[in-house]
Each structure stands twice: as structure tokens, then as C-alpha cells.
Design a binder for this molecule. Structure first.
Ligand code: AHR
Length: 498
């Protein structure tokens, strides 16, 4: 029997809703088809946004959306995407699939999408191939309320009021697709560009995000901070981190999304657990400069990256999504919660039809993936207080070097006054008997849900409901304890009334 200890009286930090954020790039069928179909589409839509997709995203309470990239961001010139649609430039999306980008989804459309979702906005600016003036004017266009050339242009284009930009990324992957820079050089450019990302409204400031490292490039984190850090507070509110889970660890042959064996299952989950080490080690470097943790770690790209589905455009990064992805999501979301003192936002890549998507579409059809269902179980942590917890684990796996702890958990005290426990069981064979012990309290009642299935189980357009969460009632409450069995290959949520 594994003991799960929870101490509701020890608060460990605030879980920003943004830890369950999303990312949407002009890549493949994420924006076009997946979200935006245009006002004249046969597919039901509101101002061009698919109603079915927006409804499904609202259900998981998308807290923040990052846009327009990704690598696309450092090639994006925002003025191409404003004004009358028929006059907007048509161009080739050279980075992703070589298809025509007609710029019909631009700043106004993104803001409309966020309005419909009721989420915060995270715009990623172009530092790689754009000018300081261009970045500065975009911020002015979006957020300035008074009289100015850009505010006037926005009004001419039909939006009188400024929008709220909650987060602004000053470049993306500038060590790679965003300009192949060295960290010292990027650090200097960051200092310059961010100066002109003006805060026009003191009551709704724009949080500035610097481009952080890829995976375990600790040198990047250190040198960017060293270059920028004499600059005083307010110059940087967050620093990004990108880490993708690639089952084989080989970018040339990553592995299939649905056709994999048990060894690959454990290799994938071992790979995803590296996130813990990355947060710890990048966090330790950040602590040297910023011991008060004022700068958030922003994991604004994470998730699985497989070989594309056979027969699809390799540049579209379209992949299916199984119970393995649900486990990846559950493990990472637990990790983000547990590190909420430093991790202030995380954005799964990507929201629809790209990489570890929560939604897949095909024409007018849509499915919620196992990852969507995992997010739906975890949404109760948004805006909650992390409480102290730990769980006893055993090693599970099939190969030396790829053994992993069977269980992961996190627990929060929600605004609803309930404790929310999320738990993953990564073992493919062994259910785990759990005795949850809530110290110094009495458990009044528990409601629970479980997401489970075979490792390759997934939802298709013909069978959209194969994987879905189910109510879980097989729990015994006794005083301050709750006993239950977590099935093999499962993600669970317990709502505990105390
Ligand atoms: O999410 C796909 C790509 O992965 C993004 O465009 C880029 O930032 C990263 O390399």
C-alpha cells in the first residue's frame, strides 16, 4: 500500500492558472482550419472562430494563449496581418510546410479568439528579423489608449479600445530559428528591444518574457542573465524554457504517436521526467541572480514530438495522441504545480492539430484527445494554493536506464475550499493501492474521476469517445484517510471535502 501524505496546513505557493496555458502558431492546421475558418465557412463559427473548438477549449478553462509562434514569430511582421483582409499580403510560410499564409488571422483575430476563450494574451514579438521600431509599434498599436499614430491606426481598423497584452515575448528561440545568436548577443538585444516594449497602462502592465534555453543549455540561461541582470527590476518578468519529449531521443526518427511498444512507453515517460531536472537546474542558475524569484520560469513550449502521421505534410507536425500523452501531460502538470514558486506559466505545444494537441480536427469534425481529458482533470488546480504532499513510489519499467517512479502527484487547496489531488500511475501492468493520509483534518467526502485505457488507446474521428474520464467511486473514507486503487496507466483527480 503506497502512502500519499497531504498536509493541507502547509502552503507551498500559488498555482498560477497560466501553468495550464496553451500555444498556437501559424503552423500546419493549428490556426487555419483548427481554430479559424473565417466568417463565411460552412463550419459553425463566431467571427470566424470554430464554435465547437472554442467550446471545448472553454471547458478546460484555457488561461492564456501564446501566439503567433514559435519560429513563425521571428518571421512575422504584424502589419501584414491588419486592415482589410482582401488587402493583406499573401506569402509563403517558409518555415512550416511552404503553404500560402494569407494573413487573414492577425492581431485583431487573435484578440477576438482570446475574448471568446476568456483567456489572457501572450504575444511573441519578432526580434530575429524585425526592428525595434516594429516591435515597439506593435505594443503601441495594441495597448495605447491616447492619440498616437498606432492607436489611431487601430481605431481606423475598427477597434476603438486598446486591448490588454498580458505577456510579451521578446523573441523566440533566438539561439536557433530566431537568429542563431549567442547568449551574450541576445542578452544585449534583449536589453535594447525590451526598452521600447512600453507599459502604457500602469494598471495593466505588459509582462516581458526573455528567450530562454532549449532543454539543458544551462550556459544560455547563465549568460543571458549575466548580460541583462545589472539592469534593475522590471526589465524582465519571465524567461522561457523549451523542452520537448521525443521518445527515441533522436530527432531524425522520433517514433510513432500510436505504434509503439512497452519499452518505448517507459522511454517516453523517462524522457518527460527530465523536466524536473531542467526546472531544478535552470532554477538554480536563476536563483543566483534572482533569489527572490521575481522572474518567472515560463515553460512556453513543452509536450511530445513524434514522427508526423503517415501521409501528412512533414512541415505540419500533425500527430495522434494516446494514453501515453495523457500521462505525459499529467506528469508535467504535476511537476509545474510542485515548482510553482518559480514556474509561472507553461504552454503546451500546441493547442490544435499540431504536436501534443488537446484537439484534433478533420473538416467539420473534432475530437478531444487524451491530453484534453488530462487537462480537464487538472483544471481544478488553477489559481489554487499548492499544499505539501508526497507519495511513496516504486520503480517501474523494462530496461536499465529507463526505470521510472510509478506514481506522481500534486495537491492544492482550491478557491472552492476543496483539496484537489491529481495522481498519475505510469505502470503498464500494476495498479497501485493508495492510502491517502490528510494530516490534522477529517475527510468529509471525496469525489473522483479517472482517465485510463490501454497504452495506445486514442480517439479518432469515427470513435471520438474511446478515451474519456469516468467517475471513480471505489474509494473508502475513514477519518483522515482515503483508500483506493489507482489503475495501471491512469490519470486521476480526487476532490476532497475537508
Ligand atoms: O512548436 C514547434 C516549434 O518548436 C516552434 O515553432 C519552435 O519554437 C520550436 O522549435
Amino acid at each position: 500500500m503506497a502512502k500519499l501524505y497531504v498536509n493541507p496546513n502547509v502552503k507551498k505557493g500559488h498555482i498560477n492558472p497560466e501553468l495550464q496555458g496553451h500555444f498556437s502558431e501559424h503552423l500546419g492546421r493549428c490556426i487555419y482550419e483548427g481554430i479559424f475558418v473565417g466568417e463565411n465557412s460552412q463550419i459553425p463559427n463566431e467571427n470566424g472562430m470554430r464554435t465547437d473548438v472554442v467550446e471545448a477549449l472553454k471547458e478546460i478553462q484555457v488561461p492564456v494563449l501564446r501566439w503567433p509562434g514559435g519560429c513563425f514569430a521571428d518571421e512575422y511582421h504584424w502589419m501584414d496581418g491588419i486592415g482589410p483582409k482582401e488587402k493583406r499580403k499573401k506569402m509563403i510560410n517558409t518555415h512550416w510546410g511552404g503553404v500560402v499564409e494569407d494573413n487573414s488571422f492577425g492581431t485583431h483575430e487573435f484578440m477576438e479568439l482570446c475574448r471568446q476563450l476568456g483567456c489572457k494574451t501572450y504575444i511573441n514579438g519578432n526580434l530575429g528579423s524585425g526592428t525595434v521600431q516594429e516591435m515597439s509599434e506593435w505594443v503601441e498599436y495594441m495597448t495605447f489608449e491616447g492619440v498616437s499614430p498606432m492607436a489611431d491606426l487601430r481605431k481606423q481598423n475598427g477597434h476603438e479600445e486598446p486591448w490588454r497584452v498580458d505577456y510579451f515575448g521578446v523573441g523566440n528561440e533566438n539561439w536557433g530559428c530566431g537568429g542563431n545568436m549567442r547568449p551574450e548577443y541576445y542578452g544585449d538585444l534583449y536589453r535594447r528591444y525590451q526598452t521600447y516594449v512600453r507599459n502604457y497602462n500602469s494598471d495593466r502592465p505588459v509582462a516581458k518574457i526573455a528567450c530562454g534555453a532549449s532543454a539543458d543549455d544551462y550556459h544560455w540561461t547563465d549568460k543571458v542573465l549575466e548580460t541583462t541582470f545589472d539592469h534593475g527590476w522590471g526589465f524582465m518578468n519571465g524567461m522561457s524554457l523549451h523542452y520537448y519529449t521525443v521518445p527515441s531521443g533522436n530527432w531524425q526518427k522520433k517514433g510513432s504517436a500510436t505504434d509503439f511498444d512497452e519499452k518505448e512507453w517507459y522511454r517516453t515517460l523517462k524522457g518527460t521526467l527530465k523536466m524536473e531536472e531542467l526546472i531544478r537546474r535552470h532554477g538554480a542558475i536563476m536563483d543566483q541572480y534572482d533569489p527572490q524569484k521575481k522572474i518567472g520560469m515560463i515553460v512556453d513550449e513543452w509536450g511530445t514530438w513524434y514522427d508526423v502521421e503517415p501521409g501528412t505534410n512533414p512541415g505540419f507536425l500533425y500527430q495522434q495522441n494516446t494514453m501515453r500523452d495523457a500521462l505525459v501531460a499529467g506528469i508535467n502538470l504535476n511537476l509545474f504545480n510542485k515548482n510553482c514558486d518559480r514556474v509561472k506559466m507553461a504552454n503546451i505545444a500546441q493547442m490544435v492539430n499540431v504536436l501534443q494537441a488537446v484537439i484534433l480536427t478533420d473538416g467539420d469534425r473534432m475530437v478531444k484527445t487524451p491530453t484534453w481529458h488530462a487537462f480537464n482533470l487538472y483544471k481544478f488546480h488553477q489559481d489554487a494554493e499548492l499544499v505539501e504532499s508526497s507519495v511513496e513510489t516504486v520503480e517501474t519499467g523494462l530496461e536499465e536506464g529507463f526505470m521510472i517512479p510509478n506514481l506522481s502527484e500534486s495537491v492544492s487547496l482550491g478557491k472552492d475550499g476543496r483539496l484537489h489531488v491529481t495522481l498519475t500511475n505510469a505502470s503498464l501492468t500494476d495498479a497501485a493501492d493508495i492510502q491517502a493520509i490528510f494530516s490534522e483534518t477529517r475527510v468529509k467526502s471525496v469525489k473522483a474521476a479517472v482517465l485510463t485505457g490501454s497504452m495506445k488507446a486514442h480517439n479518432t474521428f469515427d470513435t471520438p469517445d474511446t478515451v474519456h474520464a469516468q467517475e471513480f467511486t471505489d474509494l473508502t473514507v475513514n477519518g483522515n484517510q482515503v483508500s483506493f486503487t489507482a489503475p495501471a496507466c491512469s490519470v486521476m483527480h480526487l476532490e476532497v471535502e475537508i
